[in-house]
Design a protein around this ligand. Structure first.
Ligand code: AKG
Ligand code: FE2
Length: 366
């Protein structure tokens, strides 16, 4: 069966307008089907002005065009909050170096004092690293992150409604003022980019599932994002102007007892010399949230109910989930796992208590 990624019209979702009840319901039904069967969809009529989106790409390109030594001034290693720039080939997904460079941005908070009474994961909050020589960067990027976050929160509310059995108020309480948002600016060099010489495997980012709740992605017109269908085939998420691509992470999949699926995806570098740019935003609940293990009843396994349904084939192993009940613990462990250099510079492990803590001063490498 060929899988297509559905396109949903967010303007149909008007939960507070009784006159739009029918169109809202239609949207919720489409959303349910998309999340249950594909785990990915495009959203159009999301209401974010195109100048904000265009401005985001322009400022992101301006940053990546800076000389490397300028970009390295905000390298992530300088941030105990895991913010900042990562060079090409420095991050590893599915055992291969990613052919991409990126900047990680989070919600802007002042650094908190390091005290024993705070949970360690409170270090995930903190300031971003901003490039000194691009003064307009901060304003544009925070504006774009807020606009995309607002769309994401609306979609999360729609997801709660479409699941029906979920208590919407309790679900949305996880996204109180202290919700988590992370944005990435990415550049994937084209395979024929003579300066960068991408690694032959051609993977901008290897097969993976996102681990939070929701990802909302702005992509340019180059293409390369692929989504893995149930039977293991790779489907192109071909760019559609004016849309975001939406998918969920493993924490929400677990919470819905796999009624909604966190689909494996990857990005291929463009075969010619043109670079691809994308800007994903990842949403998750506030760090202190106790994420319930499952809010909905288990869905009968499709393999048991449908004789024609093939076993799900994924390049990502099951049960790699970050299983702690408190979201902040999972988020910190996830960043520890993917950024051991940053972990060791800013955090220390005590063999006796088997606990991690923040270093008073960063470890200076010799
Ligand atoms: O750049 C993209 O299209 C997707 C990136 C992605 O999947 C990720 O960073 O988790
Ligand atoms: Fe992803």
């Amino acid at each position: 069966m060929t899988v297509t990624i559905p396109i949903l019209d967010l303007s149909k979702f008007q939960p507070d307008n009784p006159e739009a009840a029918a169109s809202t319901q239609k949207f919720l039904d489409e959303l349910y089907t998309a999340m249950h069967e594909v785990g990915f969809f495009y959203v159009r009529n999301h209401g974010v002005r195109s100048e904000i989106l265009q401005g985001g790409f322009e400022i992101s390109k301006a940053f990546f065009n800076l000389p490397l030594e300028e970009k390295l001034k905000i390298e992530k290693i300088h941030s105990p909050h895991f913010r900042g720039y990562t060079q090409l080939y420095q991050e590893i997904t599915d055992y291969k170096e990613d052919n991409r460079e990126q900047v990680d941005i989070g919600r802007e908070f002042p650094a908190e004092p390091i005290t024993d009474d705070r949970p360690l994961y409170s270090s995930m909050r903190g300031p971003n690293l901003w490039p000194e020589n691009l003064p307009e960067f901060k304003k544009h990027i925070l504006e774009l992150m807020q606009a995309m976050t607002d769309v994401g929160i609306t979609i999360l509310r729609a997801m709660a409604k479409s699941l029906r059995v979920v208590d919407e108020a309790a679900f949305m309480e996880m996204f109180n003022d202290d919700y988590c948002a992370r944005m990435k600016l990415t550049r994937y060099p084209g395979m024929k980019n003579a300066v960068d010489k991408p690694l032959d495997h051609g993977l901008g980012v290897g097969p993976h599932k996102d681990y939070g709740f929701l990802a909302l992605l702005l992509q340019d017109s180059i293409g390369g994002l692929q989504v893995q269908s149930h039977d293991g085939q790779w489907i192109d998420a071909t760019p559609i102007p004016g849309t975001f691509v939406v998918n969920i992470g493993e924490t929400l999949e677990r919470l819905t007892n796999k009624t909604f699926i966190a689909t494996t995806h990857r990005v291929l570098n463009n075969p010619d010399d043109r670079d691809r740019f994308s800007i994903p935003v990842f949403l998750a609940p506030s760090l202190d949230t106790h994420v319930p293990q499952a809010l909905t009843p288990a869905t009968p396994d499709k393999q048991e109910t449908d004789k024609n349904f093939k076993a799900v084939i994924s390049d990502v192993k099951e049960n790699q989930l970050l299983q702690d009940e408190i979201y902040g613990v999972n988020e910190l462990n996830g960043f520890f796992r993917s950024h051991p250099r940053i972990r060791d510079r800013w955090y220390q492990y005590d063999e006796k208590s088997k606990l991690w803590s923040r270093r008073e001063t960063p470890l200076v490498s010799t």
